[in-house]
Design a binder for this molecule. Sequence first.
Ligand SMILES: Cc1cc2nc3c(=O)[nH]c(=O)nc-3n(C[C@H](O)[C@H](O)[C@H](O)COP(=O)(O)O)c2cc1C
Length: 161
Amino acid sequence: MKTLTVFYSRTGNTKKIAQETAKLVQGDIEEIIDEKNRNGLLGWLISGMDAILKKYTSIKQIKKNPSQYDMVIIGTPMWATNISTPIRTYIHNYKDDFKNVAFFCTSAGNRPKDTLKMFKDMENLCGKNPVALVSFSERDIKTNSFEKINEFAEKIKKLEL
Ligand SMILES: Cc1cc2nc3c(=O)[nH]c(=O)nc-3n(C[C@H](O)[C@H](O)[C@H](O)COP(=O)(O)O)c2cc1C
């Protein structure tokens, strides 16, 4: 099975999980780069507004064609209980190229209701049911509580696609 892990990360948390996931599933990785500057407090505020308004952004040219993969694993930080704008844009632009999807997210806290709502939104945008889901709080990441990634990766690897 050919697997691609796609992620956006403003401050490194989602990147950490994406790198570990790609390593475990032995697949390729693609970082989504936003053309919009989201640094600092202003960047934070703009990002929150963009996410609430479900806006799109301009992302840099991708390097890996998702249609070449059996599985696309998509990772996003949570922004104002929503999908981050760069990942919303990626899904919007390439959803027709996905064969199978799995999702992960990172967030400051652990609010299952918000996470489920966000995953549902990703599912609707992709038009596909995810085969696996997992979420990480900042605490999980700081304490390297990565067991959940192993379970997530194992679930994906066991699929016969
Ligand atoms: C604009 C913005 C809004 C956020 N909103 C939430 C939120 O609603 N709930 C939450 O738990 N964390 C929220 N966070 C925290 C991030 O989801 C969390 O720090 C995440 O791990 C950041 O990932 P990154 O380092 O890959 O960018 C928000 C962060 C930003 C920048």
